[in-house]
Design a protein around this ligand. Structure first.
Ligand SMILES: Cc1ncc(COP(=O)(O)O)c(C=O)c1O
Length: 403
């Protein structure tokens, strides 16, 4: 966090109810999003759980460009189906489409018709699309989703974790927005939505925190009832007063275009290093992470033996570089019947902590990736020997397969 954020912590008001830190937090979130009801939560997944427990019924279907693992699991935990409808280019790692996070509008229309609008509680859009390579969604696409939701009288919620990076990509890539400030683009993004879930650990630039926000006061009242049950009083939602201060300050700082320029450029730099070492990565690079394409790098390991998990282990062993598998470990098990199907992609996400690394750190990561790629033929698949029923990738244990 920045020195301004650490300093803001000293100003935290720890009153149980009516903390002034909450009112500052609420003002910042309202100014940013235009959403009127602001509910603090300890993380993004708490916002998801509360929203879904309030709005989602068993047997329903929630469309999204791509659900992040926690959104998918929380929807499935409600007995509903999480449907990913990203454009086809979003599933092709090498494709350089500028907005690979876009929703497939025709597929969304078809899904709503097939499922029946009554079985769709709302539509979600994730900005940026983390499980799909950190790829942005264009405003044109978001407006098309909004129009479709309006036609069907469906609410639209954003998974807004990386709204600022998404806004900066729009400024750089979408016609008509080059002269807009990132703050204005961000407000335009939120204006398309009826509500959002947010992990402040991402573009809140904070160490902990999140929020749920919406315009509908009835939905908000029901969500607050759940909040009190499991998180805390509506003016702190499981956070300390000082956390509310750091998130409020972080949400202001993340709109700094110099910060965003550095963030996107340093991520692209690592992607260039990986490419130079002959390692296929998701193109174009996302804002917060580089995604190595393990399916392309390790064709000798089938999806059922988790090639991206194998690459994660090798990177950690070789250089202490800790990535995360975004492939068939994370998304291969169907919640409905427990069967395994290969995920759309087998990726290793190297998420880059903001404001932490210098160029030499990133060069080191590049060298470790190159070292592992040189001995890729020696990498073996894995099998799972222990797994939890939900979000198994967080705690699963693995055993290497014999050569
Ligand atoms: C797109 C997206 N949604 C939701 C979450 C969940 O947020 P949290 O880790 O704060 O629960 C994350 C976390 O990485 C995310 O990237």
């Amino acid at each position: 966090m920045s020195s301004r954020q650490w300093a803001a912590m000293m100003d935290g008001d720890e009153s149980y109810a009516g903390s002034k830190s909450f009112y500052r937090f609420q003002t910042v979130v309202r100014d940013l999003t235009g959403l009127t009801e602001v509910i603090p939560t300890h993380q993004g997944r708490a916002a998801e759980r509360i929203l879904f427990a309030t709005l989602v019924q068993p047997g329903q279907v929630v469309p999204n460009n791509t659900h992040f693992d926690t959104t998918r699991a929380n929807i499935e935990y409600c007995g509903a189906e999480a449907l990913d409808l990203v454009i086809p280019e979003g599933r092709e790692p090498a494709n350089r489409h500028p907005f690979k996070g876009n929703m497939d509008i025709a597929a969304l229309e078809r899904a709503i018709d097939q499922v029946g609008v009554r079985r769709v509680p709302f539509v979600m859009v994730t900005v940026t699309n983390n499980s799909g390579g950190g790829q942005p969604v264009s405003l044109e696409n978001l407006k098309a989703v909004r129009a479709l939701c309006d036609r069907h009288h469906l609410p639209l919620y954003l998974d807004a974790c990386r709204f600022a990076e998404n806004a900066y990509f729009i400024k750089l890539r979408e016609a008509g927005y080059a002269d807009w400030s990132v703050a204005r683009i961000a407000r335009e993004i939120f204006q398309q939505a009826d509500g959002c879930t947010m992990s402040a650990k991402k573009d809140g630039l904070a160490n902990i925190g999140g929020f749920l926000a919406m315009n509908d006061p009835d939905v908000a009242a029901r969500c607050r009832n759940l909040l009190v049950l499991t998180e805390g009083f509506p003016t702190y939602g499981g956070l300390a007063g000082y956390d509310l201060e750091t998130v409020a300050t972080g949400l202001e700082e993340v709109l700094d275009e110099e910060y965003l320029r550095y963030r996107l450029r340093s991520t692209a730099y690592l992607a260039e290093r990986a490419e130079a070492a002959g390692i296929p990565v998701v193109q174009p690079p996302g804002g917060h992470a580089v995604y190595l394409d393990a399916r392309a790098l390790l064709p000798h390991i089938p999806p059922s033996a988790y090639p991206a998990q194998s690459l994660c282990v090798a990177l950690y062993r070789a250089g202490g570089v800790r990535g995360v598998e975004i492939g068939s470990v994370m998304f291969g098990k169907r919640a409905a019947d427990g069967t395994e199907t290969p995920a759309a992609m087998e990726l290793v996400r190297l998420a880059i902590p903001r404001r932490t690394y210098t160029q030499s750190h990133i060069d080191y990561v590049g060298e470790v990736i190159a070292l592992v790629a040189e001995r890729k033929q020696q990498l073996r698949g894995y099998r799972i020997v222990e797994q939890a029923p939900w979000l198994r990738h967080f705690t699963a244990r693995f055993q290497p397969l014999e050569p």
